[in-house]
Write a protein that binds this ligand. Structure first.
Ligand code: ZN
Length: 267
């Protein structure tokens, strides 16, 4: 039965470091084995090199980043802009879930600025859902295992959805103590420094990450640096009250009371 195992599933090399890296590091400190998967290779992240060269550069960078995080690295399953909600990818991702048997799955927000992120989220949810269903075949074939698993969604880019509406986290994780390591892991994606300046005006991607974690820290009212999370509805995954991040991180985990209140009030 899985116990202290967590996996972060991001769309592109550097997404885990941007949105989930601090929480992953804290889980490791809490005794979890941590796993790292970028669904896409990052092959479109350059105007300088062709796809094959970029894929190779970014694979090397992602491996280095995973090493800094102390995470078990999993090879990407497809290329950028090809993260579609389709059966082949679902079978591949479900095989990884069955191998890893995570108790905690960290992935993107269901609402986010680009489809690779939202499709990664959808694929991760279904791959996790199918963990105990023997009639769903994975590729490569892996035996089904039914057990409790809890999914958490990271904050979207810009802390808002694709329609520009603000997204409020359900919980904050205090990443201050691991911020430097998170930054080092992000900096391992050296090729992205110039590329994100060109494509998204991110100035420096390190500063962009820092701004975001400081903004979430301010929003928490308690922490300097923070990551935000929303817990997936429990049906098909775990008990209604299961919140293993809270259990693992203790004082570094803060439930956002206004989010909980809004859940009770309804739309
Ligand atoms: Zn991305």
């Amino acid at each position: 039965m899985p116990n202290k195992v967590a996996i972060a599933i991001g769309a592109h090399p550097d997404d885990i470091e941007f949105y989930m890296g601090g929480t992953l590091l804290l889980l490791k400190k809490a005794g979890f084995a941590i796993h790292y998967l970028n669904v896409a290779s990052g092959n479109c992240g350059s105007v300088e090199y062709n796809g094959a060269t970029t894929r190779s550069i970014r694979n090397t960078e992602a491996r280095a980043a995973a090493k800094i995080l102390g995470a078990h690295f999993h090879q990407s399953l497809t290329d950028d802009l090809e993260i579609l909600y389709h059966l082949g990818l679902l079978r591949g991702l479900a095989a990884i879930i069955r191998e890893v048997k995570p108790r905690i799955v960290l992935t993107h927000s269901p609402q986010d600025y680009m489809e690779d992120h939202t499709n990664t989220c959808r694929l991760a949810v279904t791959a996790a859902f199918a963990r105990g269903m023997p009639n769903f075949k994975t590729s490569p074939a892996r035996p089904a295992a039914d057990y409790e698993l809890t999914l958490y969604h990271a904050m979207p880019h810009g802390l808002c959805d694709q329609l520009r509406r603000r997204v409020i986290p359900g919980a904050f994780v205090n990443t201050t103590s691991v911020h430097q390591t998170k930054r080092d892991a992000l900096a391992a994606h050296k090729s992205q420094q110039g590329w994100l300046d060109v494509s998204q005006g991110l100035n420096s991607y390190l500063l962009a990450m820092e701004d975001k974690s400081l903004a979430l820290g301010r929003m928490s009212g308690r922490f300097k640096h923070a990551e935000g999370w929303r817990r997936h509805l429990h049906f098909g995954f775990c008990k209604a009250e299961s919140d293993p991040l809270s259990k693992a991180l203790g004082r570094n985990y803060l439930i956002n009371k206004s989010y909980e209140q809004a859940l009770e009030d309804g739309p």
